[in-house]
Ligand binder design. Structure first.
Ligand code: GBH
Length: 528
């Protein structure tokens, strides 16, 4: 009897110990596959500055921050920002210091085409990006280029911006070569100018945000026409994406050996309770937030998510509209959109809880009424400097799994993930955030079989955080915005990230002691 019990406890102990040992993330070192790429991300308007320098035209965010400073938290703007237009060499030096494989940045449309139209190309603008790309290659860093990260040329916004269907054509001209018969100059825009040097392309960054918050809310152009302009914007953006992807596929892909995708953002949406109603509310939210753009491109079915189609059609008609506020694609457009990707760019930061919230049909229309959901966050989730961003690493794993299940496990590149904090170099909480989210990603990759190929931290440097100005800092490097040189100083997280990017392994946070990056101690050359 006693012997039996003894044996049993010995066996129990052994099983416990071996399972703990082999459970990734507790005691063992977590390493990412050899070809997994670590990188960092930025966007033109948020870092470049030089808003009216060297032939750059006025962008929609220039106009908006200049005419409505009161709408930005600290009344600031991107006029100078990190001054990366003049200091891109500094940025590349930091990238090298970090040892990252790729750098995600965006091209400012009004810097390349000052009026937005392809009849007038700004050579200095093209030169700037050529120099940046050359400098990246010289340092063995792969560029990942976003064609549109929200800075529309103002003259195009004057035509209604993305609510005007013709914008899809102008976007296509911006993206590709255009030849005219009356000039001997070969007019080369993005793909022709940079195509041979850039293998990874993203057409758009977060259409949900710039359509929903821009045309339906407070971001530029600040139209606040929710339930109407946001859908028109989304429709044009999707058509523009398909046109550019198909053009890329036909005319460029073979000889460029490149890849093109689109970056969509998805916060994890968890049902507030296990009730059927809340489960449905959560799935409805994922469809409205993500499926809106993902379903037409990544699902085998194509077109808008059926739940969106049904609800918006139905509510529009009960509001006495003669047609649905959600436009229709032609069958050709559905076909062009379906499968228009080589990979999916994913931005993920946080998690929300969803519960159903049905309001009586009313006017004016609202995206939120169409969706019919109330979102919240748990008060005990750790906070950041941004009120929307709570630290919920497990939501990342669920997000990746949901994408895998819904869209046939597409290749995913995490194009943004990060946390905002106050000023300060000792950002232990940022290290903790990255560590937690990467553990979740690692589990999704190795245990769940999600096809994730890389991860970019947002952001390389503190920068202009849109409506929050400079008050929320996301950088691995702190930037002194009061200094003329916009001095960049590595935070503790930069040292952590450098170790991670080089070793591809997560150091155990409890054991690791990350001191500040010291430039002199870094090896001069890195192998890629
Ligand atoms: C990304 O958006 C952007 O691509 C990037 O430019 C930005 O700097 C980064 O995140 C950090 O924010 O204020 O409650 O109305 C992330 C998705 C969507 C998150 C809009 C903030 C506004 C929430 N963002 N959302 S609220």
């Amino acid at each position: 009897m006693i012997m039996d019990a003894l044996w049993q406890s010995v066996i129990l102990l052994i099983t416990f110990w071996t399972s703990v040992r082999s459970y990734p993330g507790v005691y063992s070192k977590l390493c990412f596959p050899k070809d997994f790429m670590f990188g960092v991300a930025t966007a033109a308007y948020q870092i470049e500055g030089a808003w009216n320098v060297s032939g750059k035209g006025e962008g929609m965010w220039d106009r908006y921050t200049h005419t409505h400073p009161e709408r930005v938290f600290d009344h600031s703007n991107g006029d100078i920002a990190d001054d990366s237009y003049h200091r891109y060499m500094d940025d590349v030096r930091l990238l090298k210091e970090l040892g990252v494989k790729f750098y995600r940045f965006s091209i400012s449309w009004p810097r390349v085409l000052p009026t937005g139209f392809a009849n007038e190309i700004n050579p200095d603008g093209v030169k700037y990006y050529k120099n940046l790309i050359d400098e990246l290659h010289y340092n063995g860093i792969e560029p990942l280029v976003t064609m549109y990260h929200w800075d529309l040329p103002q003259p195009l916004q004057d035509l209604g911006g993305w609510t005007n269907p013709i914008m899809a054509d102008y976007f296509q001209e911006y993206a590709k070569e255009r030849t005219t018969h009356f000039t001997r100059l070969r007019l080369t825009v993005l793909l022709d100018a940079f195509g041979s040097r850039v293998r990874f392309w993203l057409t758009f960054n977060e259409p949900l945000t710039f359509c929903h918050d821009g045309y339906g809310g407070d971001d530029a152009p600040g139209h606040r026409a929710s339930g109407l302009e946001d859908y028109l914007c989304g429709h044009t953006v999707l058509r523009a994406h398909a046109a550019v992807y198909r053009m890329f596929q036909q005319d460029y892909q073979r000889w460029l050996n490149g890849f093109m995708g689109i970056t969509l953002d998805l916060a994890w949406i968890e049902p507030a309770s296990p009730s059927q109603e809340d489960e449905e509310a959560a799935e409805r939210t994922r469809q409205f937030f993500f499926g809106w753009f993902a379903h037409p491109i990544f699902s085998t079915q194509g077109d808008y998510p059926p739940i969106m189609r049904k609800r918006i059609d139905d509510i529009s008609s009960r509001q006495n509209f003669t047609r649905s506020r959600l436009p229709h694609f032609t069958p050709q457009e559905v076909t062009a959109l379906r499968g228009s990707f080589d990979f999916m760019g994913l931005n993920h930061y946080t998690t929300y809880l969803a519960t159903t919230r049905e309001v009586p049909v009313r006017l004016p229309p609202l995206f939120d009424d169409d969706m019919g959901v109330k979102l919240s966050q748990k008060p005990d989730w750790p906070k950041s400097k941004s009120n929307w961003l709570k630290v919920v690493p497990w939501g990342f794993r669920k997000t990746l799994n949901w994408i895998k299940d819904r869209y046939g496990n597409p290749p995913v590149l995490v194009t943004e993930n990060g946390i905002s904090l106050d000023r300060g170099l000792d950002d232990a909480r940022r290290v903790h955030y990255i560590d937690g989210y990467l553990r979740a990603l690692h589990a999704a990759l190795t245990l769940d079989g999600c096809r994730v190929y890389g991860y970019a931290y947002w952001s390389l440097v503190d920068n202009f955080e849109w409506m929050r100005g400079y008050s929320e800092r996301f950088g691995l490097y702190e930037v002194d915005f009061s200094s003329r040189s916009r001095t960049r100083t590595p935070r503790r997280s930069a040292a952590y990230f450098a170790q991670l990017a080089r070793s591809r392994c997560l150091p155990a946070p409890a054991l690791a002691n990350f001191t500040r990056l010291q430039r002199s101690r870094l090896p001069a050359k890195f192998a890629f």
